[in-house]
Design a protein around this ligand. Structure first.
Ligand code: SAM
Length: 170
């Protein structure tokens, strides 16, 4: 698979994930795992977890001792096959419209929420804040910045250009 960014440029996000819904892989998976293992211990991540934009389970597979569910509109089948966890196929727009139907100790989103249109991000964050006190983002970009009316940054770490940021509801 070419780089994900090249794929977005060539096809657009939606078409890219329709094409790769069965073979999506993240070339940064090793870094994601290292960051999550460290964060899990240092930030004491435990309990129920929603893996938002769950891809093929890059985050979920680091939490085999927790109760984990996924959400992803394109890779639901791949995720369920690889993790054996339940997955919903809601899009950002669905979450904004309907909210999540339960509470989680943590919502974790890796390499996903920057795909939410900037203008929709506050509404998405509002809905996430109704379902969890803790939001953790892994991203190689400056976006998404989740500081604002609903969440405030508590801590962050960085490894190989990937940041992990822990936001608390406020
Ligand atoms: C770069 S992948 C990240 C996957 C995984 N979390 C990881 O760290 O590798 C982005 C994910 O966002 C999902 N996605 C794309 N558009 C979306 C949308 N409108 N709403 C929710 N998820 C979306 C894709 O299906 C894809 O699995």
């Amino acid at each position: 698979m070419n780089s994900v960014r090249e794929g977005y440029e060539k096809h657009g996000v939606e078409k890219y994930y329709e094409l790769h819904k069965d073979d999506y892989e993240n070339p940064h998976e090793y870094t994601i795992k290292k960051l999550l293992v460290k964060a899990k211990e240092e930030w004491n991540i435990h309990g129920s977890i929603l893996d938002l934009c769950c891809g093929s389970g890059e985050v979920s597979n680091c939490f085999n001792d927790c109760e984990v569910e996924g959400i992803d509109p394109y890779t639901k089948d791949l995720y369920e096959a690889k993790t054996k966890n339940k997955c919903s196929s809601m899009t950002f727009k669905d979450i904004i419209k309907e909210g999540l139907n339960r509470e989680y100790d943590y919502i974790i989103s890796s390499f996903g929420m920057h795909l939410c249109e900037e203008s929709m991000l506050p509404m998405l964050l509002y809905q996430l804040s109704q379902s969890s006190e803790n939001l953790i983002i892994l991203t190689p970009h400056k976006r998404p910045d989740c500081n604002g009316s609903y969440f405030k940054e508590k801590s962050r770490m960085k490894m190989d250009k990937v940041s992990i940021i822990w936001y608390k509801k406020h």
